[in-house]
Design a protein around this ligand. Structure first.
Ligand SMILES: [Zn+2]
Length: 321
């Protein structure tokens, strides 16, 4: 996927009026086949809500998937050192010990966003409907419980493992998410997020030579956010549908984006330190060109249902702001 693909953060319709409009979903395609909402489901009431990318906006949302893991605490220390808040799409299965739970609660209290990446990181396109809905429901309820324990009003973000969605013949994932949202939170309360820049950190230290990128290449991917003439390593699909690694030097800095990383990778944590230290030095010399680090919840134009009444834990009413 190209790094500069438009960022898609979509959300549930704000009113039933959108059902009448029934706009076609215009989502990125992953894997084989087309996402065809109308043919897969008669029950879509998502409003088309595709925004411009954060690339060139000067704002960067660092997002970390698949944690928490044994390097997450170190990463949070680095982020805190530079006063950078990030968004973490966690797996419920990775929060089994008290120390992990305490860490996540501290992260919430420190202003990081905790979001759902399901319980088990299964490929949604391979899940029967009840299993997928259980993954969403259980992970979302878990995130809500963490926010309640932290004493912080929750945010409701979701990211599909492998970005896999929309390829079922028998149901559409968005219908299920809407139903779970209605059940746990109220209507229109669950956001899903993709990304602008895949750093390909999942291939750092990979056993697969076909995908392996070096730590220096990962650092360069991050430095390209504010430095011109950096090598950018991305993945692309060839004509046979096989993914390959593409390397190119980009003359202009990216200057913004929702950035995909994984806090379970030690080299990611090291690269974030290099990136934030270099950015701090850059900021000292060029304060007007510095990046602004935001969480997804701070990207207000992506967050349309402000004032929408969402219900946490079926009892307590939460006002999204
Ligand atoms: Zn993942």
């Amino acid at each position: 996927m190209k790094f500069n693909k438009v960022l898609f953060i979509a959300l549930y319709t704000l009113s039933t009026m959108a059902i009448a409009d029934s706009p076609r979903l215009n989502l990125p395609l992953y894997g084989k086949g087309e996402v065809s909402g109308e043919s897969r489901s008669s029950n879509l009431n998502f409003r088309e809500n595709i925004h411009d990318s954060l690339v060139k906006s000067g704002r960067v949302a660092l997002t970390f998937d698949d944690g928490p893991g044994k390097y997450t605490a170190k990463l949070v220390d680095i982020l805190d050192q530079y006063n950078v808040k990030a968004t973490f799409f966690i797996l419920k299965k990775n929060v089994r010990t008290k120390s992990r739970r305490d860490l996540v609660i501290r992260m919430i209290q420190n202003g990081h966003i905790i979001a759902s990446h399901t319980v088990n990181h299964a490929n949604s396109n391979k899940l029967e409907k009840p299993v997928f809905e259980k993954e969403v429901r259980d992970s979302l309820q878990f995130v809500l419980d963490l926010y309640a324990e932290a004493g912080v009003d929750p945010y409701f973000f979701f990211r599909f493992p492998y970005a896999a969605h929309g390829l079922r013949e028998d149901y559409h994932h968005f219908d299920s998410m809407r139903d779970v949202s209605l059940e746990l939170l109220g209507d229109n309360c669950l956001f899903y997020s993709f990304w602008d820049q895949d750093t390909v950190d999942w291939a750092v230290g990979s056993n697969s030579k076909r995908f392996a990128i070096t730590q220096a290449e990962l650092e360069s991917n991050l430095l390209a956010q504010f430095k011109p003439n950096q090598q950018l390593t991305t993945t692309e699909m060839n004509d046979q549908g096989r993914m390959y690694v593409k390397r190119e030097v980009i003359s202009e800095a990216l200057k913004g984006g929702v950035v995909l990383m994984h806090d379970i990778k030690p080299k990611t944590v090291d690269s974030v330190r290099v990136f934030l230290e270099a950015h701090q030095n850059f900021k000292d010399d060029n304060p007007d060109q510095a990046l602004e680090f935001v969480t997804l919840a701070e990207v207000q134009e992506y967050f349309l249902p402000r004032g929408n009444q969402c219900i946490a834990n079926s009892h307590e009413e939460v006002l999204l702001d």
